[in-house]
Design a protein around this ligand. Structure first.
Ligand SMILES: [Fe+2]
Length: 215
């Protein structure tokens, strides 16, 4: 551990980034999801999913060849994961002589979710090292937290009501609004879920899990 320097142990980096091609690709990605759901009536079963359709888990691998928009989205998500992973691992990678240019960001799982009225996802974690969610279709929300993503603190309950030394760890839940066109990048191990989506208007997100491996 470094001397005379604040060492941040077990930090939880989260990155929000707009997808620059959202405006150009939204309709192609939306059409892809609609066709997919017509062809695959059966949603993937999962105990944490309520009131929603979830696709298969190798979506980019199986469909990006036929849907170039999906390939562009996959490229953007892999770039964002590379950015957050290299920032989070900087001291470790520096010590080990690792640079992002030497690594592959492998999107091992990828899928989309179409929320139905009152659909939500219970708290869960992902596999791999980094995960992301991209908000493709969000109609005007009925409440500020409609469909929002929330993250749960990895630290046990700590009060900052009278002890302000705990201010930096006192949030048990952090809510991140579901803004259309944005993507969130976060550690796969952090507990998170989504607030219920109200109404029958489509609410569609794409997600992926990534591993960072040597080329
Ligand atoms: Fe998730």
């Amino acid at each position: 551990m470094m001397e005379n320097k604040i060492n941040h142990l077990w930090s939880t980096p989260v990155l929000r980034k707009p997808f620059p091609q959202h405006g150009r690709l939204k309709s192609a990605l939306f059409d892809f999801t609609q066709t997919y759901m017509e062809d695959h009536k059966q949603s993937r079963e999962s105990a944490e999913n309520v009131g929603l359709f979830e696709s298969e888990y190798r979506l980019f691998d199986h469909h990006a060849g036929a849907c170039p928009a999906l390939g562009e989205l996959a490229g953007f998500l892999a770039t964002g994961i590379g950015e957050i992973a290299s920032a989070a691992n900087e001291p470790h990678w520096h010590n080990d002589g690792i640079e992002l240019a030497d690594m592959d960001v492998v999107l091992r799982e990828s899928w989309f979710i179409n929320y139905r009225d009152s659909g939500f996802v219970l708290p869960h974690t992902h596999s791999g090292s980094w995960s992301c969610v991209y908000y493709l279709q969000m109609n005007p929300p009925r409440s500020p937290n409609d469909g929002a993503t929330y993250f749960l603190s990895p630290i046990n309950r700590i009060s900052a009501e009278t002890d302000f030394g705990n201010s930096y760890v006192s949030n048990q839940t952090v809510i991140s609004g579901a803004r259309e066109g944005d993507a969130l990048f976060f550690p796969a191990h952090i507990l998170h879920g989504s607030y219920p989506h109200a109404g029958n208007s489509p609410r569609i997100v794409f997600s992926a899990n990534a591993a960072i491996v040597r080329k």
